[in-house]
Design a protein around this ligand. Sequence first.
Ligand code: GSH
Length: 210
Amino acid sequence: MAAKRGITLYHSPASRAFTAYWMLEEIGVPFAVKHIDIRKGEQKAASYLKLNPAGKVPTLTDGEVVVSENPAIGIYLADRYSYGNLAPRIEDKTRGAYLKWMVYSTAVVDPVATLHEQKIDLPGFSQGFGAFDDMVGVLETTLDDREWLLGDRFSGADIVLGGTVSRLLYQQILPKASALLEYNARLTRREAYHRAADATWPQFLYPAAG
Ligand SMILES: N[C@@H](CCC(=O)N[C@@H](CS)C(=O)NCC(=O)O)C(=O)O
């Protein structure tokens, strides 16, 4: 049987699937959206768990390729459809930092911010994701002297980590530090950001993080 072709994003409103949606909009490839209503538990349906056993959105399929976890989706899409543009090439000296920020978004920023919101601030030493204040310091110091994570060049890392920063500012979990607010203002000037935000957060003025 011939392999199915085309990209499908499994997406839910008001969810972290925003990031994958934004990546697709920046790249400009055609894609279909399948709505998974996480508030109705559709992410736990047996058919969906076959694609993503974690039972979370987003998941992306591209023909026979199945990818979940926003950084993995971002790396996959940028390498496959925007290599040398949103994804630095393998020989590019910024490729290491690019991969680091992709991973940092959900290995550090998302979990430590989620705990902080719950008023759980663990000492950084023994936690893989470190302390909340240290994470904020890393972001502030990094973004203080540059336009984008890789310097003057916008990359997929600004979508994956930037999307997380933007959401956490909106949720008032990250502090309104000027480096973060100015970075967010640059992100929210991008048209693709707004197309993804309109599809994900229709009821909110999502960029109003200031
Ligand atoms: N680590 C995942 C997180 C995805 C995630 O947390 N998705 C949430 C929505 S924001 C979800 O699907 N929650 C439903 C559930 O856990 O049942 C990623 O980065 O893609």
